[in-house]
Design a protein around this ligand. Sequence first.
Ligand SMILES: CC(C)(COP(=O)(O)OP(=O)(O)OC[C@H]1O[C@@H](n2cnc3c(N)ncnc32)[C@H](O)[C@@H]1OP(=O)(O)O)[C@@H](O)C(=O)NCCC(=O)NCCS
Length: 385
Amino acid sequence: MAGQTLIVGNGAEEQKPNKAGLEGIVAATTALSNVDGQVGRLVYRGYDIHDLAHSTSFEEIAYLLWFGHLPKRSELAGLQASLLEQRQLSTDILTILRNLPAETAPMDTLRTAVSAWGMYANVQGQPTIEQAIALTARFPLILATFHRLRQGLEVLEPRADLSYTANYLYLLTGQEPKAEHIKGLDAYLVMLADHSMNASTFTARIVASTASDLASAVVAAICALKGPLHGGAADKAQEMLAEIGTAENAEPWIRATLSSGRRLMGFGHRAYKTTDPRAEELREMARQADPVGFAFARRVEELAVSILDEIKPGRRLYTNVDFYSAVLLSSVGIPIDLFTPTFAVARIAGWTAHILEQSANNRLIRPLAAYSGPASLAFVPLDQR
Ligand SMILES: CC(C)(COP(=O)(O)OP(=O)(O)OC[C@H]1O[C@@H](n2cnc3c(N)ncnc32)[C@H](O)[C@@H]1OP(=O)(O)O)[C@@H](O)C(=O)NCCC(=O)NCCS
């Protein structure tokens, strides 16, 4: 497409630059988060992710994104109480979850349950902070309930004495969650809560810009997150590590994969042209959480970055968030097919904050397309073709 003559919406012919995938295009203004991909910096409302990762909880970050500042203790307690009040699934949603085939993909389960919640809760009109809280509180419940049901286990009652993260782990496993697992998963949820104009957030903002409702915008975001080029990469990275199997097999496996034209999952990023700062944090967390799994993953990472540089010079392909997410999520006991849904358990905070931001200062998002089809063909009626 580069340099082609194309016809834009008003009929004029123009030389359009190659912006496949809207690369480099500023599509919205946001005060929520910023990615500086050249130096590998991510901020939420001005705060560096390295400062937030281990010193804040997911609830604090949701507060920061929704309300614009880090909460005082009393403000945090208020939000925790509101989330707790919403920590429940109605019988209608439970019935839907009970009737889903056990082999349903968890992202499909989440999409279906959120859509049903929007209908049963009559989520209509301008998105509200109350709707954002109500839906966020339900994400872990939907996934953990489905995970129990598909194993033929009893659904557990959510626990009011546990945090958002601890309650998710408890509902998944039925065990008292270990302090280090809660800490690890909470830091993961903090780091994945928002990420500027990623594909699922952009999708949510587009839907919100049509003055549609919050549940619809979140359903659309879930659909976008599901794809392996976006949120679906962590489980693929885990599968890749399992397929490689041993450190000795890593180099031949990577070379064979790249020469067959396939991609290495957990590497490369549209915005980061250096290591993703979340990957740096996750690398250290994985080192602590699972030293053996970490040592192998680290070897694969070093080889992958060096071979990518050799085979794809100048593309600047480094480790992204999904590579060490795989090691960390495994170490805290999240099943592989819940990796992407657990990403959603974090990102629901960012999605809803973006939906609220978009709808508070809305203009319909409606770009143009550069038309590349024939300009003017003579119409031939059906029976003469
Ligand atoms: C994330 C991703 C979709 C970004 O893609 P993008 O910005 O559109 O980059 P492109 O698809 O244009 O790729 C640019 C070049 O790098 C190569 N490349 C990018 N990521 C690669 C990867 N993970 N493995 C091998 N090659 C890769 C492409 O083949 C392309 O090479 P070419 O110039 O010879 O055609 C891409 O890096 C990718 O597919 N990564 C693997 C999936 C993944 O980890 N996703 C999670 C993202 S957080």
